[in-house]
Design a protein around this ligand. Sequence first.
Ligand SMILES: Nc1ncnc2c1ncn2[C@@H]1O[C@H](COP(=O)(O)OP(=O)(O)OP(=O)(O)O)[C@@H](O)[C@H]1O
Ligand SMILES: [Mg+2]
Length: 305
Amino acid sequence: MDTALVIVTGKGGTGRTTVAAALGLAAAAEGRRTIVCEVAGQARVPALLGARRSARSVAPGVETPVADGLWATTIEPHTALEEWLAHQLPRRLIGPLARSGAFGGFVAAAPGARELVTIAKAWELGEQRRWRHGAAPYDTVILDAPASGHGLGLMRTPRTFADIARIGPIAGTARAVDAALTNPARSAVVAVALPGELVVSETLELERWIAERVGRGLNAIVVNSVWPRRISGADATRVAEADGALSAALRRAARAGSERVRTQQAQLARLRRDAHARVHTLPFVFTGMLESEQMHRFSARLAEV
Ligand SMILES: Nc1ncnc2c1ncn2[C@@H]1O[C@H](COP(=O)(O)OP(=O)(O)OP(=O)(O)O)[C@@H](O)[C@H]1O
Ligand SMILES: [Mg+2]
């Protein structure tokens, strides 16, 4: 939590947005000015954190207050690129360039440009000298990054651009972002997983990839949606053998539940054994939609991450 930029990645659908929002609450609760960034047109965080209805539809690039000390934004590459250029170029050139459609051309045409602008924007939110004149920096920026492969691409792209561009403002920014991403004091990477065989294998693979291709480790793995151990193995056996006393359907349900807990615990143990990063867990919530109260409970559990 002391690091400025926290990147939350992991397999799709595992709970990255949920974890990013909960980490945002945890950082804000420590008194850090915090922002949670979504990408690719997503803007789910304000509602998840129980923000007032008026704060729920966040326009791209706008930093919306959602709770005490906590903001949310959706990074939009075009808007971010315009801000970056305005920061780099003399004012008289910005208007004509924006009207010429050159920004859109760059984002659409250059491979990796979208990713570069996205990660640079997340980094910029934590910089003392913000791109937008007068904007205050955040102490902690939490990026709800794309799923594993794309998330990894996002972390790699500054180095690629720094190598290609060599000199000039693109190289300068790309190098600064890469320096932050490879400095464990300035950034952290959190992978979200589920307690299943496939996701555990993919998470271990992601940890290897990040080490090889970004040159850093994962700081933490959050295994989400872990079933609680409601019923001990001995109780499960007793239920299964309670012939006649319980309906067959109930006995099957109890057996299936305890079997599921057992296989999840086995996968958790495998992850704890084979991963370098510390493994934390969040429970599966049976009550349907996750809401702000539950998010606060998650954030309290993640405060130690
Ligand atoms: N611990 C949990 N218990 C119950 N439901 C959960 C839990 N965590 C997340 N969910 C639900 O699972 C779904 C996926 O979670 P979330 O959107 O956070 O995942 P994601 O990795 O961001 O997904 P995507 O790849 O679509 O961006 C959501 O409907 C969310 O409410
Ligand atoms: Mg998501």
